[in-house]
Write a protein that binds this ligand. Sequence first.
Ligand SMILES: [Fe+2]
Ligand SMILES: [Fe+2]
Length: 441
Amino acid sequence: MMRDAEARDVIRFAIESEFKCEVVTAGSVTRVIDTLLEGELYDLLVLEMYTQSSKLVRFLLSVDSNAPLILLQSKDAPSIPGVDRMRVLATLQPENAVAGIRAAIKQSNLNAKVTLDGDPSEFVRIQTTLLMKMVPLDADVFIRLSPKKYLRIFQSGDVFSAEDLERYYLKKNIPYFYCRVADRHVCLNKLKAIVQKKLTEGIQPRDVPGLVAETADILFEVMDTEGMTPEVVSFAQTSISAVIQGVRLRPQLSGLLDGLDMAKGTYRATHSALLAHVASVIGMRLNWVSNSTLEKLGFAALFHDSTLKSDELVKIETPEECDEIGGYQREIDNMKQIVLNHPLMAAEVIRKAKDLPPEIDMIIAQHHERPDGTGFPNKINHTQIAPLSALFIVAHEIVRLHLDKKLTVKEILVQLPGEYKQGVFKQIIQALRTMTDVVEV
Ligand SMILES: [Fe+2]
Ligand SMILES: [Fe+2]
């Protein structure tokens, strides 16, 4: 922003000669504010400082602008309060503007900060809350400006600080950042190392479901784009080891939601992490305690809804519920097919993974069957449902009612219909009733 039109042209030339960008000029403070209010993000602001500029400084502070500034200020111009709280790259005398602007741009490496036009499939999401755990960042990190536009905010090697978390997560309400698909392995490996470090340091058992839920989102992001790669399986194995370690130390169902912040992740991640915990606790109570059994339950929990890509679909319990969501009949029918088929599709996905214990696919394929035969897809009843699947079905019901309806485990046990008292289901419900913490909650 310069008041003088000729000076604006000179400044434009200085910027364009050093920085690949589109320059927007304005001749007054009001014009600058109007332009900024249109919502476009700017990589650099070059501002002439005069009395009226105090209004602009107040505006930039009020919107928490993080754009770097170059200030042009003549010797006799007044100093403006608040400037010291802004990101000033250089304060220049107007007569030195051209050389000074070029030097400041070069020094700040602005050309390295790029806005990419990209296909959304070229980026994977990372929760904002996870970035703080991943410092120093091993990959460039972007925010999504629009479905096809990504802006690099952090470069590999940068630190995502507590102030950044406050600025982006709490104040600007940005739950996710993005990294390039090519960098997803780097992020996944870093998260795996975090879980492993927590395991060796001795994580508090109560904190395990929260940690697994938080890290499961990027696991699912990678799985959605690449399938069950050895890397995905290895990451899942690390998370499941954390669950088993936590459950062996504290085989209880009370305080399940204590360590979970639902705002931090997707429903699919939270629901799957909690399910791994609840299924393992029930396994312990039934004395089905071998590592192999608990691992089967853990893998089934993490991947049972792997083909459902939206939280809306994960929350659906029966294909008929799709009618309640509404929309065009063709969309509803399509949704019903996805829901109806997902146990078998997800079983198929896990079958492709190498070196996993057997029966995980069976548990996943049966996870929506019901003791009285009213479930789906095969409508088998308690005489045909395998014991491990029965345990998993009960655990899934507990997690669903606990998360969605905020019922305690004790209330859930009272609510379960009579058919849960048949065959192996009866044994599972009895084991749950004997848990002291279930009686207490
Ligand atoms: Fe589920
Ligand atoms: Fe499901």
